[in-house]
Design a protein around this ligand. Structure first.
Ligand SMILES: Cc1cc2nc3c(=O)[nH]c(=O)nc-3n(C[C@H](O)[C@H](O)[C@H](O)COP(=O)(O)OP(=O)(O)OC[C@H]3O[C@@H](n4cnc5c(N)ncnc54)[C@H](O)[C@@H]3O)c2cc1C
Ligand SMILES: NC(=O)c1ccc[n+]([C@@H]2O[C@H](COP(=O)([O-])OP(=O)(O)OC[C@H]3O[C@@H](n4cnc5c(N)ncnc54)[C@H](O)[C@@H]3O)[C@@H](O)[C@H]2O)c1
Length: 514
């Protein structure tokens, strides 16, 4: 998110919900406090990473200052997870209504989403949630000094905000990321939306091009199609959700095609002309094609917010693409300055920022001489794309398995083997659980299912607690649940050793009984 210094913050449309949002997250009446003589921690950026760092350090009794230039809560609350998942919820209901007659509940075809109400409901939910991140709460509940304004380092012991110098023992950079805008001729003139503007729409675009088939692109493409737009998804590479294995990408693409989304892989966008609508000219493997739409969403990846922080002056090295360079303890090249969240981490997720922020509190404040420091690499970070079906993953990736296939054994169960998935008519998906060869140690999993984001937590918990697949096989799951797909994968593991010497011994024993 970007906002000019010294201008009142507004979030369009400025209805009662967005007014509450702004009053919680960047109150117009806010007076920055008188700075302490010296802070244990000065945190720059009040998104998830900064808020969790500041709250943790404040709760433990530290003198903490948190500086935010725009809305506290950062991308997640304002222009990321929260609004996107609120729209996804409405779009799933729209999709359910669309197939209701297959379940014996006929609904007139004229029933369609009311986009302005969908957006209003999203704004309402977002404003309610925003009280968790409010300036007042952080000041009162966690004892954090909240400074609103743009921060930069003025020396290796001080950060400047609105002319005030905040002196620190340790500082944390948690400034997040912003969308990359590709160099496409005519894009600026045509105009486009990003995650920073799309949630301010009040009118549904009749037709929409989404550029980029990653997390944001796939989630928004399906959402808008289900809410009534005609969507074309233009992805540069040869698969959507490119960090997933090809089987997953193909499955999602098939679902998109069934729902009417026109997905173009290997799209090389040449130029955009804006006369009657926005006409996108693109090549696919040498053949030129074109599509005219009302709106364009750009979702082509992220770039770190590092400009204007005066990093060079304090010895903090950064890379324009990767962001701030950190070691495994989240320390920058200046040992008194840490970084956390999207500005420095490959895993750009709210839960990753949250988990890493807890490490920063420990490492920056409670690890004298490095004793008791925690490592970023020790975290097991799951992920979930909230398409329908959802795509959740944890641990070892398919690409890593391909590098050493002999070391990994995979147990695969399609959802069509699971009674509850059949009953729900949600059989499009599967669970794949990977273990270390010859053992039941879980190395990772991929789950594609309507509820994959909820289901993957069982695997993550097992990995964190070092619980093997054999224990999962011994766990009773209520019947019928879709989570049984995980137990079935564990049963498959059990069959591998049951088939061997156990079966031989059992048959000898049983032959004696006859
Ligand atoms: C559309 C979308 C959907 C998403 N959905 C999910 C999801 O479902 N699940 C999930 O886990 N993740 C999701 N993410 C990712 C998630 O939002 C980010 O990983 C997370 O917000 C990162 O938190 P952060 O604190 O590192 O950065 P941010 O949230 O970007 O916060 C950084 C803050 O720093 C402030 N700042 C920057 N520079 C300065 C400065 N100089 N002075 C003062 N303040 C400054 C910014 O204004 C901002 O508020 C989504 C992202 C997007 C865009
Ligand atoms: N459910 C979630 O957890 C969730 C949801 C949304 C976003 N996020 C986070 O936000 C990050 C950013 O999301 P994102 O979707 O912008 O990035 P992304 O890296 O996931 O995907 C960007 C895609 O755009 C494509 N691309 C790049 N340039 C292009 C061009 N010129 N034409 C066509 N395609 C092009 C890339 O090949 C890539 O597949 C994600 O990596 C994720 O960490 C998470």
């Amino acid at each position: 998110m970007t906002q000019l210094e010294n201008q009142p913050i507004t979030v369009s449309p400025m209805d009662e919900f967005n007014q509450t949002l702004v009053e919680n997250l960047h109150p117009s009446h806010w007076k920055n406090p008188q700075p302490e003589r010296c802070y244990n921690l000065v945190v720059i950026g009040g998104g998830t990473a900064g808020l969790v760092t500041a709250a943790g350090a404040g709760l433990l009794g530290g003198k903490v200052a948190l500086i935010e230039q725009n809305l506290l809560g950062g991308d997640c609350t304002n222009v990321g997870c929260v609004p996107s998942k609120a729209l996804i919820r409405s779009s799933r209901i729209a999709a359910a209504v669309g197939i209701a007659s297959e379940y014996g509940i006929p609904v007139p075809e004229s029933v369609k989403a009311d986009f302005s109400v969908v957006m209003e409901q999203m704004r309402k939910v977002r404003s309610q949630i925003s009280s968790n991140d409010s300036a007042a709460r952080f000041q009162e509940e966690f004892g954090v000094d909240i400074f609103l304004g743009k921060a930069h380092f003025s020396s290796s012991q001080t950060v400047d905000v609105r002319g005030e110098k905040l002196r620190f023992k340790k500082a944390v950079i948690a400034t997040g990321s912003h969308p990359i805008i590709p160099q496409i001729a005519g894009l600026e003139t045509a105009g486009y939306l990003t995650n920073e503007t799309v949630f301010s729409l009040t009118k549904l675009p009749e037709s929409l091009a989404v550029i980029g088939g990653g997390y944001i692109g796939c989630e928004l493409a399906q959402t808008f199609q289900r809410l009534g737009s005609k969507v074309i998804l233009l992805q540069r590479g040869d698969q959507v959700l490119k960090r997933s294995d090809i089987e997953v990408s193909d499955l999602i693409q098939e679902v998109f095609a069934r729902e009417g989304i026109y997905t173009v892989l290997n799209a090389d966008i040449k130029r955009i002309e804006s006369e009657d609508g926005k006409t996108i000219y693109y090549d696919v493997l040498g053949i030129e094609e074109q599509s005219t739409v009302d709106e364009i969403i750009v979702a082509t990846g992220r770039q770190p917010n590092i400009k204007g922080l005066n990093l060079e002056a304090v010895g903090v090295k950064s890379d324009p693409k990767k962001g701030i360079i950190i070691n495994d303890y989240l320390q920058t090249t200046n040992p008194n300055i840490y970084a956390v969240g999207d500005v420095c981490m490959e895993s750009k997720f709210t839960h990753a920022a949250d988990a890493a922020a807890r490490i920063v509190v420990q490492n920056a404040l409670f690890s004298p001489l490095g004793i008791g420091r925690k490592k970023l690499s020790s975290l097991i970070i799951p992920s979930c794309a909230y398409t329908d079906p959802e795509v959740a993953q944890v641990g070892i990736t398919e690409a890593e398995i391909l590098q050493k296939p002999e070391k990994v054994k995979t147990f695969y169960v399609p959802l069509s083997d699971i009674d509850r998935a059949c009953i729900d008519r949600q059989t499009n998906g599967f669970a794949k659980v990977h273990v270390r060869h010859g053992t039941d140690k879980i190395l990772g999993a991929t789950i594609v299912s309507a509820h994959a984001g909820e289901m993957i937590n069982q695997i993550t918990l097992a990995m964190v607690g070092n619980v093997g697949l054999r224990t999962i096989a011994n766990t009773i799951y209520p019947y019928p649940t879709q989570s049984e797909v995980i137990r079935k994968a564990a049963d498959k593991y059990n069959f591998t050793w049951l088939k061997g010497w156990v079966k031989k011994l059992a048959s000898i024993w049983l032959s004696w009984q006859r």
